[in-house]
Ligand binder design. Structure first.
Ligand code: XBP
Ligand code: MG
Length: 256
């Protein structure tokens, strides 16, 4: 018999909110401000998203397009500086309050808290980006709802490595078998699974073509009373809404 479900672990970008278009535009604005002619189209960004972490993504882009850049200084410092500026642009954009949390997120978080499920964030992005999203995406004070915000550079290896999930599990003294992860991408799914955590997926336009074979369920979103969710892979969701009772049933079917 598997362990009882006690904690929900949430990815951020693409899961809590549909943020990757804001990231993409923030990268492009930072490149323009630096006088660079780099431009990441949606098509190119879709490919670049195979690399998690903004700094790692820029390095990967340069490897793929070496002719776009001659630099004889310390490349890591230059990329770090670009990324800091991009993060500044991104957080200022979120502060305008136009990026909402995805359907069902606040509803499920509230219910999970009322039923004493523990909550954590497990993400590749920077903590500053998480704080900006949580503070400006909803009128609820969700920042304080997460016991741990495992973000960005607290681990050396980003998703799909399991390090960031292992970090959160360790901090919360959790067994992976008592958790469910909420993710949006193949990298996120692999990271959770390698840490022994079963994962529910909510797709978005950048990840709907990914391979989610080993997810426990793949949905378009978590559902609201007036916006039922649709199952893409795995079983149907009663009433079109993922709620705590459904998560307990789903977790009971997990092998971990
Ligand atoms: C998504 C990522 C991040 C963002 C960009 O993180 O891979 O790199 O695309 O944010 P997750 P940064 O899905 O794990 O939340 O530039 O801060 O990395
Ligand atoms: Mg994600």
């Amino acid at each position: 018999m598997g362990k009882y479900l006690t904690a929900l672990l949430f990815d951020v970008d693409g899961t809590l909110a549909d943020t990757e278009e804001v990231h993409r535009k923030s990268f492009n604005a930072a490149f323009a401000d630096a006088g660079l002619d780099w431009h990441w189209s949606q098509t190119m960004y879709s490919e670049l998203l195979s690399v998690t972490g903004g700094k790692e993504r820029m390095r990967y882009f340069l490897k793929q397009h070496p002719q776009q850049f001659e630099f004889n200084g310390e490349l890591s410092d230059y990329i770090a500086g670009l990324h800091d500026h991009k993060t500044d642009i991104y957080t200022k954009t979120l502060a305008e309050g136009h990026v909402p949390l995805r359907p069902g997120i606040v509803r499920l978080l509230k219910e999970a808290r009322s039923q004493d499920l523990r909550l954590a964030i497990v993400t590749t992005t920077t903590e500053a980006n998480v704080t900006a999203l949580l503070e400006h995406s909803t009128s609820e004070d969700v920042s304080g709802w997460f016991e741990v915000i495992a973000a960005g550079n607290v681990v050396s290896r980003k998703k799909p490595a399991p390090d960031i999930y292992n970090y959160a599990l360790e901090k919360m003294h959790l067994d992976p078998g008592e958790c469910l992860a909420f993710e949006d991408s193949a990298n996120g799914l692999e990271s959770a699974l390698c840490a022994g955590v079963s994962s529910l997926i909510t797709v978005n336009r950048y990840t709907e073509q990914h391979d989610f074979t080993n997810a426990v369920l793949v949905l378009d979103h978590l559902g609201e009373p007036d916006l039922p969710c649709k199952a893409i892979e795995g079983g149907l969701v009663p009433d079109g809404m993922v709620d705590v009772a459904f998560l307990h049933q789903l977790h009971a079917t997990c092998k971990t």
